[in-house]
Design a protein around this ligand. Structure first.
Ligand code: GCO
Length: 484
């Protein structure tokens, strides 16, 4: 494998997202997003009390960030557009300063030889749309999202070879509706139960994705590739029992089938979701199913880790640490309707690093094989690993780790994951055609705030200086070693 040469069009690069890196939240006509409200007004929403007000100040510092990427010969950069910089009220009035900002950003990227991979939506819903109609819970968002997409794709398609409609709907709809709107509890006050909000959010995300792809292909006749981004952990069964195997299958339906059965296989949600959720799950019309089927040019997967999944005894809604492997003691509840899982050390601060390093990299190979078997088919469309990465435990603790730039655990993470990706491609014949690392540098890690650091560069939040870490060299050297 060490001599294997990757094809020249292999998509490799590094990632960011607007609210996580831009800062400058009140500058040049930007309107607020739901995150501005959540971080300032909901006590305890962010674990360490930080916000994205400044974060990496990418909004102003992008020229140097682009030069840094160019210096490392990084060919692709994943980023998202801030919807509320362009439509401060979510729709209607357009902010020309926001457009001019991204004009210059794209021009500088292209001048530096870097290709943008651009998401239209990475969780920062314009606040006005939340106030008007509850954001993604309402089907009204489909028309507003389409109008926004039409404006930006018409203007920037010439720069953008790869478009992402929505980022990880399973997460922003499923893992607490706060990512798509307000925290749980708010919905109940609106007369929408939490669970119903989750599945309407997912449904409207699919309809919005489908509407944008349909317009992009048939009206704009865009030449780029377009898809939405999934998030999934690799699931392995806790024991060889039939009940645990069923829990794994059910878990995969809930994390992947929810969005991918409608797009890749049947045009509808998986049977297990229909059986479990009943009328919480909306229906597609025949025309909507037809629009969704085949609407992704490739399968985009964000895959960070592996969970051990076991069946829960009926009626028990906390998970039990009955894993047969003592190296995996951390019990993480996936969902009441899903299964329980034992997380193999994804969390920053988890001291369980040894088992994490031992167990997880092979999980990526399994996940890629699962996706090809289940969705894309052996000679079908390709798979791109659009995010993977690692928050090194204790990295922000200068006493424990005085030189943060030598991030040994993250180096091991990328080495292990990239070699397993290669094995999936070369030895298993999985059509995986790209790998994009999270992230460009430390940034605002949502509810974990600035303290949880995934960066391949570390950032001094007093001076905003960026420092390449060892993992940035490991990551970029890997592709050079393999012919790129
Ligand atoms: C996503 C991710 C990123 C995170 C990263 C590390 O939705 O694409 O959640 O925004 O920062 O996955 O947790």
């Amino acid at each position: 494998l060490s001599a294997y040469q990757l094809p020249q069009d292999f998509v490799w690069g590094i990632a960011s997202a607007s609210y996580q890196v831009e800062g400058a939240v009140m500058d040049e006509g930007r309107g607020p997003s739901i995150w501005d409200l959540l971080v300032h007004r909901v006590p305890g929403w962010v674990a360490d009390g930080t916000t994205g007000d400044v974060t990496d100040l990418f909004y102003y510092m992008y020229p140097q960030d682009i030069q840094r990427m160019a210096a490392f010969d990084i060919p692709y950069f994943y980023m998202s557009l801030s919807w509320s910089r362009i439509f401060p009220f979510g729709r209607g009035y357009v902010n020309e300063q926001g457009l001019a900002h991204y004009d210059d950003l794209f021009q500088k990227m292209v001048d530096a030889g870097i290709k943008p991979v651009v998401a239209l939506y990475h969780w920062d819903t314009p606040l006005a749309l939340m106030n008007d109609y509850n954001g993604w819970v309402s089907e009204d968002i489909v028309a507003d999202f389409l109008a926004y997409a039409q404006l930006v794709m018409t203007r920037w398609d010439k720069y953008v070879p790869i478009w992402i409609t929505v980022n990880e709907p399973q997460v922003y709809c499923g893992d607490g509706q706060g990512y798509a709107g307000y925290p749980e509890g708010y919905w109940d006050q609106q007369g929408i139960t939490g669970e119903r909000a989750v599945y309407y959010c997912g449904h409207n995300s699919l309809l919005a994705h489908g509407a944008v792809v349909d317009w992009y292909k048939n009206v704009l006749q865009g030449t780029g590739r377009i898809t939405f981004k999934n998030s999934a952990n690799n699931y392995i069964a806790n024991t060889s029992s039939a009940a645990d195997a069923a829990a794994v299958a059910r878990g995969n339906d809930f994390q992947l089938g929810w969005f991918n059965s409608p797009v890749w296989t049947t045009g509808d949600y998986p049977t297990s979701l229909r059986d479990t959720l009943g009328d919480l799950l909306p229906n597609f019309t025949a025309a909507q199913s037809a629009m969704l089927l085949g609407s992704c040019d490739f399968f985009a997967i964000d895959g960070y880790t592996t969970d051990v999944i076991g069946a829960l005894p009926e009626g028990v809604d906390v998970c039990q640490s009955n894993s047969s492997d003592p190296n995996w003691p951390t019990c993480v509840l996936q969902s009441q309707t899903l299964a329980s899982g034992w997380d193999i050390g994804f969390d920053a601060g988890n001291a369980n690093t040894a088992s994490w390093l031992k167990a997880v990299p092979t999980g990526l190979r399994q996940l890629l094989n699962y996706l090809q078997t289940t969705y894309t088919g052996p000679k079908g469309k390709d798979i791109v690993l659009t995010e993977f990465g690692f928050a090194e435990p204790f990295e922000d603790n200068f006493t424990a780790l005085p030189d943060r730039r030598f991030d040994q655990l993250r180096v091991d993470y990328f080495t292990g994951y990239l070699n397993n990706l290669l094995a999936a491609r070369v030895e298993d014949g999985v059509n995986v055609t790209g790998a994009i690392a999270w992230g460009l540098y430390d940034n605002f890690e949502w509810q974990n705030g600035l303290g949880t650091q995934f960066g391949l560069q570390t950032v001094n939040y007093t001076t905003l200086e960026r420092y390449p870490e060892a993992s940035l060299f490991t990551f970029t050297d890997f592709f050079k070693q393999h012919g790129l």
